[in-house]
Design a protein around this ligand. Sequence first.
Ligand code: DX5
Ligand code: ZN
Length: 218
Amino acid sequence: ERGIRINPSILAADFVNMQADLARIATADFVHVDVMDNHFVPNLTFGLQMVERIQATSPVPLDVHLMITDPERWAPGYAELGAASVTFHLEASAEPITLARRLRSIGARAGVAVKPGTPVEGLFDVLDEFDQILVMTVEPGFGGQSFMPETMPKLRLLADEARRRGSEVWLQVDGGIGESTIAQAAEAGADTFVAGSAVFASGDPDNAIAGLRSAAAH
Ligand code: DX5
Ligand code: ZN
């Protein structure tokens, strides 16, 4: 059976009770950490200093999603503080392969993300340079938006290509993932699922994670 990962996004957590909210998602595979710079996306979250404290506090490894310009400058710092994976946006990177190699050399999984309108064919020949590819299923910037089913053909292309090449790259989706949308993303080839509001808006985050896990497996 193929692995399924559920990565709750702490964008939907209580920022002044972060430690308590991290403790409520102990059954997650990774904690998804959305870094926004109010430039690449029209919203602002937190940076290295905050993520360093989250890393020190979280019982679950970190999956950092950088929605920032100039990832060449900042991404290595997240790998150095111990994040399990660091994903930067293809649209923001001048040298994606060089940056992915740098992240791996520091010891992190290297991820690349694409916005809904960005084609993925350019990644086919370099799949091996990445440990995970994030297909955004909303326009990045905000939680609580609706899943965009029109992104699924792109995910299918990546999944077919990965299978054809015998690649073990993880295919991640992020945005509008909940019990009613996760199955179609799984069916299109995703194996790693980010969910913010679906996990934290529920009264029982670990129970929501279990529900997502079983919905993805069916
Ligand atoms: C959006 C972020 C997502 C966000 C998802 O730009 O990258 O990780 O937290 O939130 P939901 O699951 O509520 O759509
Ligand atoms: Zn994200």
